[in-house]
Design a binder for this molecule. Structure first.
Ligand code: CP
Ligand code: NVA
Length: 305
C-alpha cells in the first residue's frame, strides 16, 4: 500500500510541516478574498467518528466542500463496523470508493491497522494517543501571531494526554523547548519523552513550567473515554488551572491556546478565553485552513477526461 498517511506529526518531515503551514496561511487568504479554489473536485473524504466532535467534523467537512469535493460522515453505530466487520475489510472496501479517510478513534492501533490496509491516505482526527491535526493548526496559529516557533519555549499545563503527546512531537519537528507541568501519574508517553530527550522537561509546578514561556497551552482534565475518572481527576488537577495570573508569570509576549472544548472553572479560569493573550478562537478557525492544506497535500486531484 503506497498511500501517504497522516497519523502523527512524525509522518511528515519538518520541511513538509512548514510547507503545510505556509499553505494553510495562503488558503486562508484566498478564502478571505473570496477566491474559488477547487482542486479536489469529485474527491470524497470518508470520516469515521467513534467519538464526538464539533471542530474536527466541521473543519474537514467544510474544508472538503470548499476544495470542491465532499465528505461523508460515518458513525460506527450505523455501519457494519459496529457489528463486527473487520477493520481490515472495511479499509479495503472504503479505499475502493473514497479518496481519503479520516478517523477519530480510541485506540491508536485502529488507525495503524486501518492504514495498513488502506490504499488511500488515512488521517488521524484524534486518538487516545495523538491529535496531530489540532497541533498543526496550533503551529499555524503561533506562526500567524508571533512568527517562527523555533527556539521558543512552550509550556503544557495539565494532563499528559493526546494533545500533550502531540506537543512533544511538535517540539521535535518544530524545534522548540517544551515544559510540561502535570501531576504525578499523569505524564505523557514515556516513548515520546525518550525520543524528545532534553527538548522536554517535566515538572510538578505550573509556575515553573510557564516561566519564560512564549506559548502556554492546556486541555481538559478528563478526555473522551475517561468520563469515569473525571471526579478523581478534578481533585488531582485542581492546582493546574491556567488563569490570567498564571500567564503573568510567563514571557511578556506569551499567547494562550486551548484546543477546545474548554471547561471554564476547571482547566482554565472563567475569564481566560476573554484575556487578550488568548488566541483560542483563531486556533479553532485554523483547523479549517491547516487541514485544507493537508487535504491538498495528501489527496490526488482528479484527472481531466
Ligand atoms: N479540538 C477538537 O478536536 O475539537 P472537536 O472535539 O470539537 O473536534
Ligand atoms: N484531550 C481531549 C481533546 C479533545 C479535542 C480528548 O481527547 O477528549
Amino acid at each position: 500500500m503506497s498511500a501517504r498517511h497522516f497519523l502523527s506529526l512524525m509522518d511528515c518531515t519538518p520541511q513538509e510541516l512548514h510547507a503545510l503551514i505556509r499553505r494553510g496561511i495562503e488558503l486562508k487568504e484566498l478564502r478571505e478574498r473570496g477566491v474559488l479554489f477547487e482542486p479536489l473536485k469529485n474527491r470524497i473524504l470518508g470520516m469515521i467518528f467513534e467519538k464526538a466532535s464539533t471542530r474536527t467534523r466541521l473543519s474537514f467537512e467544510a474544508g472538503m466542500i470548499q476544495l470542491g469535493g465532499q465528505a461523508i460522515f460515518l458513525s460506527p453505530r450505523d455501519t457494519q463496523l459496529g457489528r463486527g466487520e473487520p477493520l481490515s475489510d472495511t479499509a479495503i472496501v472504503m479505499s475502493r470508493m473514497l479518496d481519503a479517510v479520516m478517523i477519530r478513534t480510541y485506540s491508536h492501533s485502529t488507525l495503524t491497522e486501518f492504514a495498513a490496509h488502506s490504499s488511500v491516505p488515512v488521517i488521524n482526527g484524534l486518538s487516545d494517543d495523538l491529535h496531530p491535526c489540532q497541533v498543526l493548526a496550533d503551529m499555524m496559529t503561533y506562526q500567524e501571531h508571533r512568527g517562527s516557533i523555533a527556539g521558543k519555549t512552550v509550556a503544557w499545563v495539565g494532563d499528559g494526554n493526546n494533545m500533550c503527546n502531540t506537543y512533544i512531537e511538535a517540539a521535535i519537528q518544530f524545534d522548540f523547548q517544551l515544559k510540561v507541568a502535570c501531576p504525578d501519574g499523569f505524564c505523557p508517553s514515556a516513548r515520546l519523552l525518550e525520543l524528545a530527550g532534553d527538548r522536554v522537561q517535566i515538572t510538578r509546578d505550573p509556575v515553573e513550567a510557564v516561566r519564560g514561556a512564549q506559548l502556554v497551552s492546556t486541555d481538559v482534565w478528563a478526555s473522551m473515554g475517561q468520563e469515569e475518572e473525571a471526579e478523581n481527576r478534578l481533585k488531582r488537577f485542581r492546582p493546574y488551572q491556567v488563569s490570567p495570573a498564571l500567564l503573568d508569570q510567563a514571557a511578556s509576549d506569551v499567547v494562550f491556546m486551548h484546543c477546545l472544548p474548554a471547561h471554564r472553572g476547571e482547566e482554565i479560569s472563567e475569564d481566560l478565553l476573554d484575556d487578550p493573550r488568548s488566541i483560542a478562537w483563531d486556533q479553532a478557525e485554523n483547523r479549517l485552513h491547516a487541514q485544507k492544506a493537508l487535504l491538498e497535500f495528501l489527496v490526488e486531484p482528479a484527472l481531466r477526461a
